[in-house]
Each structure stands twice: as structure tokens, then as C-alpha cells.
Design a protein. Structure first.
Length: 117
């Protein structure tokens, strides 16, 4: 009788742990995919003084391996902040059917570098 109760309970718990582990791994992978694309965009900005002329080339939606989808959105911001400067917001979103929430990273750029004294 104990075997009839213990084994099904054990397999049920093992299955739940397996699903949670799979979701965690997918979440970690989605985070990595978003961060790597953001690093690529930041690197492009650092290497190209006229980056703002072609930053839109990163705007696209990609279907990646293992059912991941990564989209990059580039928005031009007019009159940003108190200084009313021109800027760009870049948002990277990675989704997967297993994940309940998407992984989203955003950053804002201006043409001008901040001068720190």
C-alpha cells in the first residue's frame, strides 16, 4: 500500500521539479540572448561616432534556436529631458513559449557624451 502512495507522489514531485528546472534554464538563456544583443548594440555605438545615422539597422525580429524569439525596437526620442535633446531608446525583448514573462532590456542613448568632472 505504501508503494502505491509513495511512488506516484515521488514521480509527481520529480516531474514538477523537472518542469521548474526547465523554466529556469529557459529564463537564463533568454536573459543571455537579450544581454548579448544589447552588448552588441552598445559596442556598435562605442565604435562608430556616427552610430545614430544607422542605429535602426538593429531593429528586427528574429526566430532563434529552441523556439526563442528576439525583437529589437529602436525609437527616436525628441526633446528628451530638461535639456530637450535628441535621443534613442533601444529595447531588446526575448520570448519563449515556456516562459510566463518576456525578458526585456532597455537603454537610452544621446548623441552627446556626459562629461564628468
Amino acid at each position: 500500500m505504501l508503494i502505491g502512495i509513495i511512488f506516484p507522489t515521488f514521480f509527481s514531485l520529480a516531474g514538477m521539479a523537472s518542469v521548474k528546472a526547465a523554466k529556469f534554464l529557459r529564463s537564463q538563456q533568454a536573459q543571455y540572448l537579450a544581454e548579448s544583443k544589447m552588448e552588441e548594440i552598445i559596442g556598435f555605438r562605442k565604435l562608430n561616432w556616427d552610430w545614430y545615422k544607422s542605429i535602426e539597422k538593429f531593429e528586427k525580429t528574429e526566430t532563434l534556436d529552441d523556439d526563442f524569439t528576439r525583437s529589437v525596437k529602436v525609437e527616436k526620442i525628441k526633446n528628451w529631458g530638461k535639456a530637450q535633446i535628441e535621443g534613442w531608446q533601444v529595447t531588446v525583448t526575448v520570448s519563449h513559449p515556456v516562459l510566463e514573462e518576456n525578458v526585456t532590456l532597455s537603454i537610452r542613448f544621446s548623441k552627446y557624451y556626459e562629461i564628468k568632472e
